[in-house]
Design a protein around this ligand. Structure first.
Ligand code: NAP
Length: 284
């Protein structure tokens, strides 16, 4: 018989709905609806599905949103030309190039071609620098969503020990910068980390962002800790997180997978777009 679930469920859909409601009001307050353009290369089904859900929510909150789909064999020069044209269009407030790109394409120059003010994914080096310097800028959606979840469910961060498993530019590193801003004591773990279990067991807040099912086990987690599951894997057609099911029996609160960090990430894309539009329009 399985042990009872004790962790409070940090429902991402609930958080995403609250964000969408706020964003809808901000969009309505603007004279012209912000315009968001997605650029997607190839037919990777996961990327296509992410872009579809972002575009759906964008339209629900009143943004103008469209997706440019480029062939899988698009070369670097053609992609750069398209991205630059979108970025230079004064009517466009936000640009998002869906990652990962096909292997023959180099993502860095593409990300650097996006105007930092329109960079709703927050991956441009200028925005990375602003984030670490504590300056206003565009902040990556998944990490920003983690803070939204903590705020919504009143997960304390000040002075807390946060262990983030995974150090990517997409998730782990920007999440570390954001939790530091909130005065948490942050540790980043990665594939060369020794004694991951020992580290995780000291955490008040655990972020799992690896992409390996069950890398965080119940035996590793401090009783009562908050656990935010970012990693996603597909097993037998089912989406599972990095956090093993037995963590529900130990943690104080936890995001489900699916229905946790994913929907909040999508909501942050539309929030970042309206923020970008407000900033651009207030400048002129
Ligand atoms: P990534 O670039 O592949 O990074 C994975 C990180 O995990 C790396 O830093 C890697 O360490 C680390 N890692 C690998 N094996 C490890 C191990 N045994 N112990 C500790 N750390 C280990 O992936 P990503 O783009 O950050 O995405 C991570 C996961 O989150 C993926 O499953 C992705 O699909 C998912 N994701 C979810 C959302 C969401 O909204 N929920 C959003 C974005 C991504 P090294 O740096 O040493 O290689």
């Amino acid at each position: 018989m399985s042990a009872p679930v004790t962790a409070k469920r940090l429902d991402g859909r609930q958080v995403a709905d609250a964000i969408a409601a706020r964003v809808t009001e901000r969009v309505a307050a603007l004279e012209v609806a912000p315009r968001l353009v997605f650029v997607r290369v190839g037919e990777d089904p996961a990327s296509a599905s992410y872009v579809r859900s972002k575009q759906r929510l964008a339209q629900r909150v009143g943004l103008r949103a469209e997706t440019l789909v480029m062939d899988a064999d698009t070369d670097q020069a053609a992609l750069m030309t398209t991205v630059r044209a979108v970025v230079e269009d004064d009517d466009v407030d936000g640009v998002l190039v869906q990652l990962p790109l096909p292997e023959h394409l180099d993502e860095r120059p593409v990300l650097e071609a996006i105007d930092p003010e329109k960079d709703v994914d927050g991956f441009h080096a200028v925005n990375v620098g602003r984030l670490w310097s504590g300056l206003p800028g565009m902040v990556p959606c998944t990490p920003l969503g983690l803070l939204e979840i903590c705020d919504h469910f009143e997960v304390p961060l000040l002075g807390q020990r946060v262990v983030i498993v995974g150090r990517s530019n997409l998730v782990g590193k920007p999440a570390a910068a954001l939790f530091l801003r909130r005065h948490a004591t942050v540790t980043l773990a990665h594939s060369r980390t020794r004694d991951l279990a020992g580290l995780v067991s000291e955490a008040d807040v655990v972020v799992a962002a690896v992409g390996r099912a069950g890398i965080v086990q119940g035996s590793m987690v401090k009783p009562g800790a908050a656990v935010l599951d970012v990693g996603m894997s597909r097993i037998d057609g089912r989406i599972v997180g990095d956090v093993a099911p037995d963590v529900w029996e130990v943690a104080g609160s936890m995001t489900p997978m699916p229905g946790g960090t994913g929907p909040v990430t999508v909501a942050m894309v539309v929030q970042n777009t309206v923020t970008a539009a407000e900033r651009r329009r207030n400048k002129v």
